[in-house]
Design a protein around this ligand. Sequence first.
Ligand code: ZN
Length: 123
Amino acid sequence: MSKPSIPIKITCPECQGCINLEVEEHSNLCMYRCQVGHTYSLQEIIKGKEVQVENHFWTIIGLLEHLETLYEQLLQERLEAQTLSASDRQNIHDRLACVARHKQIVLTLTEENTPPPLNDGDE
Ligand SMILES: [Zn+2]
């Protein structure tokens, strides 16, 4: 007899595939299995999601740094070509300040984002 398998609204931490929750009939143990077969206990999938959150924070920080570099390059190019209007100069400086502020906020989030230490659940 097959285990009950319930689709849930969480994706696989490894492949982003759909996940089904499978409950062992005798032990009531929950297992999370994605469409390609990645399998997790509840604690393992929480750890996987914690890693994803951390990685996404760093992805955002990287993207904001890219924007800083590119806007500074645009500013420099237009200054050298003498095509920088006063309004564009102000808009680019405003955006650079905003990007720097957002980067600091996300850096603070990464520092505060500390998953709790968890035992294996056997105790
Ligand atoms: Zn998967």
